[in-house]
Design a protein around this ligand. Sequence first.
Ligand code: AQP
Length: 338
Amino acid sequence: MSGYRGPMRVLSGIQPSGGMQLGNYLGAIRKFVELQHQYECYYCVVDMHAITVWQDPEKLREQTFHIAASYLAAGVDPNIATVFHQSAVGAHAELAWIFNCVARLGWIDRMTQFKDKAGKDKERASVGLYTYPVLQAADILVYKATHVPVGEDQKQHLELSRDIAGKFNHDFDADDFFPLPEPLIKGPGARIMSLRDGAAKMSKSDPSENACIFLSDDSDVIARKIKKAKTDSEPLPSEPKGLEGRLEAANLVGIYAALSGKPDADVLKEFGGQGFGAFKPALAELVVEKLAPISAELRRLEADPGYLQQVLRNGAERAAAVADPVVAEVKEIVGFLP
Ligand code: AQP
């Protein structure tokens, strides 16, 4: 974090581009809950990121409530952490423009997520999808956040945020104005893979409905998806090195380990030598046991949009009170008139 001496702050967000999925929960939200007791935390629903690919407006509103409700259902306390939706705090977009003029084209060209999401037809992708990681840097740095809990897929974007912060500090001779934010990635669940393809990450917008477990899935749906999960025909090994090259098996064992709090080695001590016919029902039972209380709370909260709206409004006010003065200072630093 170089010589930065400001408060330790956490910022993270999830896109309302679909239902909250197990990867988002294990890779991100579970960490949000722990961190709220250690740092000043800002958790946003990143609706401006979501529209980098087409979103039906009515669904976008619903999904924004759904993601906010999922934060709370998983244990984020809006009286401790600041919970809000990104578009309600204009400072994110203002700083993103200035960062568009700091970031270099070559840096953005290297971002692999754009290549993955744009696919073969990148000429037809939105400009927003291309500059997405610059907006992400603004989301973080507008709060001068020092720590960012994310899944492994976001590592490259976090490096870019550090580069942008460093270049801004250097170009404007503004020593340590922005911290160089640290990613918080490590831990079980940092990379949960699709149930249909062990080489692709679990994603809420995966077109295959059996690829992904959603927080809103009921116990029958969870059991069915796990039963249908792709696997090989070998029994489970009794040690982690036996999972090498067995992507799907490694993913299921990883999910079991992340939810049970046991290392992979202990899971394999228990299930090594057994086939998926025995392991899958045990996994389904564990997933249902861990997710059921969260889904019940999620349903309760979603039935009360008035409360969710109030949480988001209060959060946006608190967030703007921190972000607006940072943007005002940035404008002065770059030479804009007040
Ligand atoms: N499969 C995953 N394993 C671990 N962590 C994951 N995250 C996402 N998928 C996994 C983490 O969840 C946070 C929010 O992600 P996001 O919604 O902003 O964007 P994403 O990474 O693109 O998530 P999805 O579900 O794949 O969304 P779509 O389908 O819309 O692209 C991040 O911290 C991410 O690392």
